[in-house]
Design a protein. Structure first.
Length: 209
């Protein structure tokens, strides 16, 4: 994605940012996940179905490729994107700085705070208003986890941005995601390819897209 390009000419290595129990509680690497759990395979990520969860694929109009996964849950939205990352260093430190700069250019504000996954950004993002009406803002939480050779970004909006109970449910959903990095060489910050889920077999729970 272009928003993660052009951080600087000289790369600076930062330590990985992730919960201490990430390898056990998630988000998991494909090699850490239970292979018998009924995940929905979306290429770069696997999602564990749960009651009340609706899945949306966000598709880039020009290329027709899937660029993000949208998850609607407990009156909230969680957008996730997996990116290739270095083996030994993390991306979240520089990426969140760039997100904050981008939101500031749009006229919004961000606050850096400590969250369930480590440092996160709480953002007030301007919303385009109809002609003749005052503009408004929407609240969003930007979270990120550095895993082994991947980085998983999440954007939380809706109830989970303000309500602790909804936040806990969406954070648990983020924890349940499995990232499939694969073995194909990829430059750091390239989006790990996402795809449509396979058609459900007879008797399987359908996935809403």
């Amino acid at each position: 994605m272009s928003e993660f390009e052009g951080i600087g000419d000289v790369p600076v290595e930062h330590p990985k940012s992730a919960p201490e129990d990430r390898a056990i509680e998630g988000p998991l690497d494909d090699g850490e996940a239970n292979p018998v759990r009924p995940y929905v395979d979306l290429g770069g990520v696997k999602i564990l179905p749960r009651e009340g969860l609706h899945l949306r694929l966000e598709i880039e109009e020009e290329s027709k490729r899937v660029v993000a996964i949208g998850l609607d849950y407990v009156n909230s939205t969680l957008q996730v994107q997996p990116f290739a990352a270095p083996r030994s260093s993390g991306l979240w430190h520089e990426i969140r700085e760039q997100i904050a700069e981008q939101i500031a250019r749009q006229g919004g504000t961000t606050t850096l705070r400590e969250g369930s996954f480590g440092p996160e950004l709480l953002a007030q993002i301007p919303v385009a208003a109809a002609s003749g009406t005052a503009g408004s803002t929407r609240l969003a939480r930007f979270i990120g986890v550095d895993g082994p050779r991947w980085f998983l970004r999440g954007v939380i909006a809706g109830e989970a941005a303000v309500n602790p109970d909804a936040a806990a449910a969406v954070e648990d959903l983020f924890r349940s995601i499995v990232v499939v990095r694969g073995t194909t060489p990829m430059p750091p910050r390239d989006l790990i390819p996402l795809r449509m889920p396979p058609a459900p077999a007879s008797g399987d729970q359908p996935v809403v897209v």
